[in-house]
Design a protein around this ligand. Structure first.
Ligand SMILES: Cc1cc2nc3c(=O)[nH]c(=O)nc-3n(C[C@H](O)[C@H](O)[C@H](O)COP(=O)(O)OP(=O)(O)OC[C@H]3O[C@@H](n4cnc5c(N)ncnc54)[C@H](O)[C@@H]3O)c2cc1C
Length: 482
């Protein structure tokens, strides 16, 4: 067996390949042999699930897939709300590929394996007095997961997190290991930093970081009209600005955060935040499944619970992160920043009409509104312009389902009218024809994936449906049809 470990995977006889993969193959009887995303909205039962601990084992998986003509899908921690991470082929769970390989404080970069979670990365960086430059609402995701989906935080001067990637090591479908960056195989690089897992397996990522910092966050509730009239001023008033909008009260909770040298002073109390804000609200949301009007009342309660002005100072990632609460259906679209006022006003009118209608929609709130700088990444929803991200959720209290399709359809029709582009990790209905109009480099992306993966090893059903435009029998991984 020792000689097999030094052999090239393509030289290893099939039976030996099986033997080598056996220790990292999840037993079909294990719960880990099936996959469900965090939101409990999509699931799949892959043909086989592997949990590699070394890059060589990844190579073996790709070699087996190559010989058997199977699809391989790398998966992080399954936080994508769509079926982006699902497959009926081979699934490669990457969370044991979680080491930091190099930290360079002087040149301000880190190299880490793709499966490391952001929580673990923050801890490792902190040991070297460094930090990620910008982070989204949570840090549970893997580094490769956020890079392949162009995950974003908020801050009009800050691009999506993929803009901080300096280089990648990829395992391609032909079994080769390649490095890419802006200077080396640039097309492959730009395709891969929002590549939806379809260019290759991301083994390691070199990412730009900055000296560790604290953020001072001020949160206050302001009237919707005031925010609309002063949008530019507010969005540019701090490094990281984001809004939570409660349409039932016409109030927007505005969060503005800047780097500070002031000492830590975390905001919030267990009683309000955890007991009332989490547990009581979940119980009320559960009742809201039966009495829809309850949802308006719950939104008003949530708006009131967070109405006081607050100031918090903490490590950057602790301020960036928020409690995303319960499993949920969610959709989020990126619109050109210039269209944000018009789009938000149209959404407001629509939601008001629904509220006036006794049989109208009674959604969960708040609506989350964030901002990012433009970039040149081919499939980044921020490609080419400053961006306003607008996201809605329908929570699933205690995991129970809630209606969401009509709400999401109404929302999507409006944001699409304002040149909206869907967040790739979140479920949407766009096909290549529509996406091509939104993304000037869409065909360049297809050209790259067809050249590095001509047989489609890394194309799961999501990629076939949305990127290649091939029918795959609807949303085959949907957990429950409503
Ligand atoms: C509660 C919650 C909060 C969120 N907050 C934000 C937010 O603030 N901003 C935002 O933009 N998004 C947000 N998201 C979306 C989330 O950041 C993305 O879905 C992200 O991809 C999840 O990472 P993951 O590790 O779970 O990846 P998965 O969902 O497991 O996989 C996502 C994609 O990455 C690919 N992939 C994973 N590992 C590799 C690898 N090693 N090589 C190649 N491809 C790989 C998969 O094939 C798949 O295509 C949030 C999601 C949730 C559930």
């Amino acid at each position: 067996m020792a000689s097999q470990l030094t052999a090239r995977p393509s030289d290893i006889p099939l039976q030996n390949l099986y033997n080598l993969l056996q220790p990292i193959t999840i037993s079909p009887r294990s719960p880990a042999a099936t996959f469900s995303n965090w939101g409990q909205t999509f699931y799949c039962t892959p043909l086989a699930v592997f949990e590699p601990e070394t890059e060589f084992q990844c190579e073996l998986i790709v070699e087996l897939a190559r010989r058997e003509g199977k699809v391989v899908r790398a998966v992080g921690v399954g936080h994508s709300p769509s079926d982006l991470a699902c497959t009926n082929g081979f699934m490669m769970r990457t969370t044991k590929l979680n080491r930091v390989l190099e930290v360079n404080a002087e040149k301000r970069y880190v190299v880490a394996q793709g499966g490391i979670t952001l929580h673990d990365l923050h801890a490792e960086l902190a040991k070297n007095n460094l930090a990620m430059i910008n982070v989204g609402s949570i840090s549970d995701q893997t580094l490769a997961g956020i890079v392949t989906t162009a995950t974003h935080g908020s801050g009009i001067g800050y691009g999506v997190m993929s803009t901080h990637v300096l280089s990648l090591t990829l395992l391609l479908a032909d079994g080769s290991l390649v490095s890419c960056s802006r200077n080396e195989r640039a097309d492959l690089f730009v395709a891969s930093i929002c590549g939806l897992g379809s260019t290759g397996i991301i083994l390691s990522i070199q990412m730009e970081v900055e000296p560790a910092f604290r953020l001072k966050e001020v949160q206050e509730s302001l009237p919707f009209k005031y925010i609309m009239e002063n949008l530019d001023e507010l969005v540019y008033s701090a490094e990281h600005v984001r809004f939570w909008w409660f349409p039932t009260k016409d109030i927007i909770r505005c969060s503005s955060a800047d780097r500070t040298l002031e000492p830590k002073k975390p905001a919030g109390s267990w009683w309000w935040h955890t007991f009332v804000g989490y547990h009581v609200v979940q119980l009320l949301l559960y009742f809201g499944r039966y009495f829809m009007n309850f949802n308006t009342w719950i939104a008003n309660l949530a708006c009131w619970l967070s109405s006081k002005k607050s100031v918090g100072i903490d490590d950057g990632h602790r301020i960036f992160n928020v409690d995303c609460r319960y499993p949920q259906h969610t959709t989020e679209w990126a619109i050109p920043y210039e269209n944000s006022q018009a789009c938000l006003l149209e959404l407001r009118n629509w939601l008001e009409q629904e509220r006036k209608d006794p049989h109208g929609l009674r959604p969960h709130f708040p609506v989350e509104i964030r901002f990012s700088a433009g970039d040149d990444i081919w499939l980044s929803p921020s490609n080419g312009h400053r961006t306003c991200w607008i996201g809605i959720v329908q929570y699933k209290p205690y995991g129970f389902n809630v209606p969401y399709r009509k709400l999401f359809e109404g929302f999507e029709n409006i944001v699409a009218r304002h040149q909206g582009r869907p967040h790739w990790a979140k479920a949407h209905r766009l096909q290549p024809d529509g996406l091509r109009k939104l993304y000037p480099r869409f065909d360049d992306f297809i050209r790259v994936i067809e050249s590095v993966d001509p047989c489609g090893m890394f194309r799961n059903e999501y990629i076939e449906r949305h990127i290649m435009g091939r029918p795959v029998g609807g949303r085959i991984h949907k957990l429950r049809q409503e």
